[in-house]
Design a protein around this ligand. Sequence first.
Ligand code: URA
Length: 431
Amino acid sequence: MSDQRSDSTAINAVLDAIEVKKFGGELSEEQISSVVAGYTDGSVPDYQMAALLMAIFINGMSREETVALTRTMADSGERYSFPECVDKHSTGGVGDKVSLTALPIVAACGAPVAKLSGRGLGVTGGTIDKLESIPGFTFEMTERQFREQIERVGMALTEAGDLAPADKAIYALRDTTGTVDSLPLIGSSIVSKKAATGAGFLIYDVKCGSGAFMKTPEKARELAELLVDLSEALGVSSSALITDMDNPLGRAVGNALEVRESVALLKGEEAPEDLARMARAVAVRLLQLKDTPDPERAVEEALTSGAAYAKLCEFVEAQGGDPGFLESPVVSGSVAEVRAAEGGYVERFDALGVGQAALVLGAGREKKGDPLDYGAGVEVLVRSGERVEAGEPVALLYGEKNVERAEKLVREALRLSEQPTESAPAILDSL
Ligand code: URA
């Protein structure tokens, strides 16, 4: 077919698709693949794709349409195949170091890890940024290097790169056209990238609360069910946890600070209980998907023997990072204390506010491409359920930028009650 003919076929397909979706109809798999191929190769213009995305946003998609969209986007670029490997995906949170902790544990238990990672988005941190706080660490590798590292070390992390390019193009358009928060578009976007990475076993950690995409347990469960269903439809064995994001996970928020807290947990040093519980739960779930006998015992052994920490060091070194940094992660030397203005019981240390404080201190990006201060961030010193007295230190701010703004955000994030409160559960639901 000439280029002109294929351009007009794609444009006819998108115009037909807009007509169907604006009246709530259903698209065929062929229509979906023509439109996606046309948008990815540039023959469908942004304005037509944006009109279609808005019609989908308003009228939704059937399960069949969503599966077809997921498969088409997964097939739009390179597809790796690691059927023996495990992967995990978090929908994004504040202080979320589950990948840094649970994955070395499962790799130490003999389940190979082939993980696709992302950068931070707004207040939600990204595993790539956290690991890049380690001098020399790189995500740049070919498929061959990725495969060799999995075989040699049992654990490798990569960036989307050439995987699912259709999702990359469509996500960028959604981001600027108010069409991000649509369940079928979010589900197909996440699962297409994971399916293209090719791990055979996946756990989704769907965060729920102020610092997450999904604000209510009902919405989080709906997304979790969709992610598991789409993954299974594409041949990936998967399960999901729904976890709290009204509070940050653990105490540390910020790249090198989070590496430091993860190392403490893996070395068996003092570490926050919610993080320890989450890391164990995710590791056990992944080992269960792989049919590992007695996964709880395997996880404990990996932690107490030092095998999980040794695996983290081996993995960091394999990706160019300095494992010496793990022994003593460098965080900002500029530290300010925030003290409670009044006494009370901690209802929550609001994840969104703490995440915003870490971001303005330099741990996150206010706009795309902003440089990070890897040593910046926040450490919360009190947790939900605890009693605080007026004048007691409640948080440490690391970094030199916007300290006053960060202090105000942290103060507002600390929600106190006169009545005793309960500590927030880390895991809210599972499927
Ligand atoms: N993360 C993704 O990868 N895609 C979405 O649509 C939303 C969050």
